[in-house]
Design a protein around this ligand. Structure first.
Ligand code: ATP
Length: 141
């Protein structure tokens, strides 16, 4: 019996699919969820999310959020989530450069937490694109 995975971002369904394994980036590191996992509610950090489906793998960049596991249902409520193949790399690079420039400014008007979060999102998107290109991860359909 596979896991039933539902990914929701900004209250919109992003992806609903079955998977044999879910690998997620939590605030305390990477976790792998297999069928019959114990109930879990955890906080996600900006980073990758992988869904294993046989020989296929779906790769997404998540901006952070929550992951809940219950009775082989994995529900992910993300702040933002994009499939790797849908990521606009130039946009993520601009976001990274903007955030980096803000963090270099030593003015008190800079919201460091906000710039750091934006940087983490941009890096997570760029990593997902990189992984997608180097591994040739199959399209999520
Ligand atoms: P930007 O400053 O470029 O908007 P951001 O990190 O502030 O980046 P978010 O607030 O995380 O953006 O996301 C806003 C919306 O835009 C979400 O729907 C997210 O999925 C989408 N999005 C953000 N960056 C990208 C990207 N590089 N490629 C594709 N979609 C993106």
């Amino acid at each position: 019996m596979p896991l039933h995975v539902e990914i929701i971002a900004a209250e919109q369904p992003i992806l609903t699919t079955d998977a044999e394994v879910v690998v997620a980036t939590t605030v305390s590191g990477q976790i792998s969820v297999l069928p019959q996992h114990e109930p879990l509610l955890t906080l996600l950090a900006p980073g990758e999310l992988r869904l294993g489906r046989g020989a296929n793998e779906v790769l997404l960049a998540l901006a952070g959020g929550y992951l809940e596991v219950r009775d082989d249902h994995v529900t992910i409520l993300a702040d933002a989530a994009e499939r790797a193949e849908d990521i606009d790399m130039a946009r993520a690079e601009r976001a990274r450069d903007r955030a980096t420039a803000r963090l270099r400014e030593s003015q008190s008007s800079v919201d460091v937490a906000r710039a750091s979060a934006a940087l983490a999102r941009a890096i997570s998107r760029l990593k997902a694109v990189d992984q997608f290109r180097s591994r040739g991860v199959t399209r999520a359909r």
